[in-house]
Write a protein that binds this ligand. Structure first.
Ligand code: FEO
Length: 152
C-alpha cells in the first residue's frame, strides 16, 4: 500500500494536469520510501529537490492554462501556489535539519495534506473552465517543463 494514493476522485479532467498531480504523488511516495528504508541525507535531499522543482513546473503549467481560459480566480489561485512554494522551500530546509524520521514524516504529512486539499478544493473549482476546452488543452501542452519552471 503506497503512502499516498492518487484516486479517480482527484481527476481534474485534463491529462497533463492530472499527470502532473500523479507525478507529485509519486515523488512524495519516493520520499516516504526513502524515509522508511533509511536512505542517506543526500538521497532524501535529491527527492525533496525533485518535489520542489516539479511543483514549480506544475504550477507554471496550471497557471498558463488558467490564464488562457480567463479563469476569474486565477489571481488568488496563484497566490496560493506562491505561498506553498514559499512553505515548501522552508520545509526543504527543515527536512534537511530534522534528525528524526518522525519529524521528517510530519513534514511530509503536511505536504501530502496540502496537496490533497488543494486538488480537491481549489483545483476542482476551475474544472468546469477547462473541461472540453481546446484552448486549455493546447496551453497545457504548449510549454516544455523547463520553460514552465524558468518562468516562475
Ligand atoms: Fe494543481 Fe493548483 O495546483
Amino acid at each position: 500500500m503506497p503512502y499516498f494514493n492518487w484516486t479517480p476522485e482527484m481527476a481534474i479532467g485534463l491529462a497533463r494536469i492530472d499527470d502532473d498531480h500523479k507525478v507529485l504523488v509519486a515523488i512524495m511516495n519516493r520520499l516516504f520510501d526513502n524515509l522508511e528504508t533509511d536512505q542517506d541525507d543526500e538521497t532524501m535531499e535529491q527527492s525533496f529537490k525533485a518535489l520542489v522543482r516539479y511543483t514549480e513546473i506544475h504550477f507554471g503549467r496550471e497557471e498558463a492554462v488558467l490564464s488562457v481560459v480567463n479563469y476569474p480566480d486565477l489571481s488568488s489561485h496563484r497566490d496560493d501556489h506562491n505561498l506553498f512554494i514559499k512553505d515548501i522551500n522552508q520545509m526543504q530546509k527543515e527536512f534537511g535539519d530534522s534528525t528524526s524520521r518522525k519529524e521528517k514524516t510530519k513534514l511530509l504529512d503536511y505536504l501530502k495534506n496540502w496537496l490533497t486539499n488543494h486538488i480537491m478544493i481549489d483545483d476542482m473549482a476551475y474544472k468546469s473552465f477547462i473541461i472540453d476546452n481546446p484552448k486549455a488543452a493546447k496551453a497545457s501542452m504548449v510549454f516544455s517543463s523547463v520553460e514552465l519552471w524558468t518562468q516562475r
